[in-house]
Design a protein around this ligand. Structure first.
Ligand code: NAD
Ligand code: TYD
Length: 354
């Protein structure tokens, strides 16, 4: 039985990936997570009894802790998702983004390189360092065009600039030291267990609470949406079969304006949970725009389709329906996030209070 490290495995996408690896492979998964506000072990409740899931409460900036984990578990590879991930937070406080996304990725790269250098030749060849990144590193598109693996970097928010920096570090560690790296750049994810400060869960929960649905600017900004389990399947595919040193763009071929997303959500909620006070769409409210708000993201995911045979399984409509149903059926998860109770794990285990 071989071991994989997943960083950020208590987050939204990381928890979906940990669940998939446990269900569909024989790997032991060492889940390395600092449990920031975005880390939630309740998102992995169904994996709690699995002896192949090993949780390590570790900051990726802690080199000594990482060295000890590599020495102890001897992984065949790392899938690196740990990051600060919310653009709005990065606008108000960029420090944590530079620390975790840039310094943390550097620290993890160095720990991985030291471990990899000491492996016997066969294991050195098969080791992989897979860095999970975003399409936001490419900047903003006008009305036409698509991002692809050859698009020049042009990050424009503190979040995307920190992710772009980490992507450059990973590629440099491949070219300079030969570390067998993979990089994926994915479009906006949605689905169960997303922290409710991001557009889709925020709108679902505000609507259910009868609160305004805050749409930035005119709501004309476009994102390409991918269901989180489709992203997890893409990550597994690239980790197992991607070409060393290569980049793969991952997307859902589901471009929608923010208004279209909110209208679709309101339509599903009107059907599944009709509101006596009127249709959910009445709650839409236009608010001040995000500073530097990127207009449009769209991905050409042709390479991963052609070379590795990955395609999304969910349409935007089927994925959105599943997502709304999940939030309706998991009011306990939602309630614990809203009250802060999901952080009790930390207090019980570490006496920390945040
Ligand atoms: P998330 O914010 O839900 O989860 C991030 C996880 O990383 C949390 O569990 C958090 O506790 C952990 N973490 C943060 N700082 C850490 C540190 N210093 N040490 C260890 N753990 C730390 O994020 P997500 O949406 O699941 O995104 C995961 C990755 O995928 C990120 O790298 C992000 O840039 C990338 N990505 C996200 C999207 C998206 O739409 N959400 C799209 C493309 C790429
Ligand atoms: P978000 O989920 O924060 O993802 P990202 O900024 O990484 O694309 O936002 C998705 C889009 O929704 C983005 O164009 C900003 C917009 N948005 C709103 O209009 N209102 C909101 O309350 C939020 C959180 C986002």
């Amino acid at each position: 039985m071989s071991t994989i490290f997943v960083t950020g495995g208590a987050g939204f996408i990381g928890s979906a990936l940990v669940r998939l690896l446990l269900a569909e492979t024989g790997h032991v998964v060492v889940n390395i997570d600092k449990l920031t506000y975005a880390g939630n072990l309740e998102s992995l409740d169904d994996c709690a009894g699995d002896p192949r899931h090993v949780f390590s409460h570790t900051d990726i900036c802690d080199r000594a802790a990482l060295d000890a984990l590599f020495a102890r578990h001897r992984p065949v590879g790392v899938i690196h998702l740990a990051a600060e991930s919310h653009v709005d937070r990065s606008i108000h406080a960029a420090g944590d983004f530079v620390q975790t996304n840039v310094v943390g990725t550097f620290t993890l790269l160095e720990a991985a390189r030291a471990y990899w250098t000491g492996l016997p030749p066969g294991e050195r060849e098969t080791f992989r360092f897979h860095h999970v990144s975003t399409d936001e590193v490419f900047g903003s598109l006008g009305a036409t065009g698509l991002f692809s693996e050859s698009t020049a970097y042009d990050p424009r928010s503190p979040y995307s600039a920190s992710k772009a920096s980490s992507d450059h570090l990973v590629r440099a560690w491949h070219h300079t030291y030969g570390l067998p790296t993979l990089v994926t750049n994915c479009s906006n994810n949605y689905g169960p267990r997303q922290f409710p400060e991001k557009l889709i869960p925020l709108m679902i929960l505000n609507a259910l609470a009868g609160k305004p649905l805050p749409i930035y600017g005119k709501g004309e900004n476009v994102r390409d949406w991918l269901y989180v389990d489709d992203h997890a399947r893409a990550l597994r595919t690239v980790f197992e079969r991607g070409q060393v040193g290569a980049t793969y763009c991952i997307g859902g071929n589901s471009e929608r304006t923010n208004i279209q997303v909110v209208d679709a959500l309101c339509g599903i909620l009107d059907r599944l949970r009709p509101r006596p006070a009127g249709r959910y769409g009445q709650l839409k409210t236009f608010v001040a725009d995000r500073p530097g708000h990127d207009l449009r993201y769209a991905i050409d995911a042709g390479k991963i389709g052609r070379e590795l045979g990955w395609r999304p399984q969910e349409s935007f409509e089927s994925g959105l329906e599943k997502t709304v149903q999940w939030y309706l059926a998991h009011q306990d998860w939602v309630g614990h996030v809203q009250t802060g109770e999901y952080r009790h794990w930390l207090e019980t285990n570490y006496g920390e209070r945040k």
